[in-house]
Design a protein around this ligand. Structure first.
Ligand SMILES: NC(=O)c1ccc[n+]([C@@H]2O[C@H](COP(=O)([O-])OP(=O)(O)OC[C@H]3O[C@@H](n4cnc5c(N)ncnc54)[C@H](O)[C@@H]3O)[C@@H](O)[C@H]2O)c1
Length: 251
């Protein structure tokens, strides 16, 4: 067991998914008490179970919430504080995808993805801020995407929300610095999460060589370790920053 997050309470959205559950495991291993929040009860409880198996004594709890609904943020942060007493770290990591050209994507698709990928970052941040400020060493880590920065076709709504996350992160850094709260973003590249394995099939994931310097997919833990650093006091002079964790895209 490490101590890099000793004494801290961390809330991780999308905590039942690939990157979120990896962050939960690594944060627990470094002494944090962790709240995983996810819409899927099965996914979040299975992540909690796996973390408890891997790290005896881990204090990790699952919370079920549809974060595309504004009021859910206040409810879930209230439940986390009632159970764990604080929020020192907020990892806004929840994300959904739509694979449509702008010409084809219906208004409802834009509405749904903006609610989850961008507005939930706002509602969760707003709900957590009084506790992050009280912490005196609060840290917000927002998950964006390399395609917030680079162009491509076919996922316009997703990429627009991820670019919005970067602007939101910078604004939060400016507004919350005086309150002792840092805000940073990470931009994952191709990351081998169960979502992609299910979507493409294991063989196709194996065959697809990402167009990056590393010429391989990232494992979820390779995203979770940068999150750990940003969440910890080791990054006490880092705010408003965007970190490309993409194996060197575009190569
Ligand atoms: N995996 C990649 O290659 C990659 C690349 C770039 C960015 N990202 C970003 O990283 C983050 C995590 O990605 P991942 O691959 O681990 O995703 P994932 O699909 O494995 O996990 C996302 C989780 O969010 C949950 N979720 C979906 N809608 C929700 C809602 N309305 N309320 C609450 N929970 C909800 C899902 O149940 C799921 O457990 C996302 O923001 C994603 O956009 C991932």
């Amino acid at each position: 067991m490490g101590t890099r997050l000793a004494g801290k309470v961390a809330v991780i959205t999308g905590g039942g998914g690939g990157i979120g559950s990896a962050a939960g495991r690594i944060f627990c291993a470094e002494g944090a008490r962790v709240a995983l929040v996810d819409q899927s009860e099965d996914a979040v409880m299975s992540a909690v179970h796996d973390i408890r198996q891997a790290i005896p004594g881990a204090e990790v709890h699952g919370f079920v919430a549809d974060l595309g609904v504004e009021a859910e943020a206040d409810r879930v942060i209230g439940e986390v504080v009632a159970r764990l007493g604080a929020v020192d770290v907020l990892v806004n990591n929840v994300g959904i995808r739509r694979y449509e050209a702008v010409a084809d994507a219906p208004w409802e698709a834009w509405d749904a993805i903006i609610r989850v990928n961008l507005l939930s970052f706002v509602s969760m941040t707003r709900a957590a801020l009084p506790h992050l400020r009280k912490s005196g060493r609060g840290s917000i880590v927002n998950t964006s995407s390399t395609y917030a920065v680079y162009g491509r076709k076919g996922m316009g709504a997703y990429d627009a929300t991820k670019a919005g996350v970067l602007a939101l992160t910078r604004t939060l850094a400016f507004e919350e610095g005086a309150h002792g709260v840092r805000a940073n973003a990470i931009c994952p590249g191709f990351t081998r999460t169960p979502f992609h394995v299910k979507r493409l099939g294991a063989a196709a994931v194996e065959e697809l060589v990402p167009p990056c310097v590393m010429k391989r997919w990232a494992e979820p833990a390779e995203l979770a370790y940068p999150m750990l650093w940003l969440a910890s006091d080791e990054a006490s002079y880092v705010t408003g920053a965007t970190f490309m964790i993409d194996g060197g895209l575009p190569a």
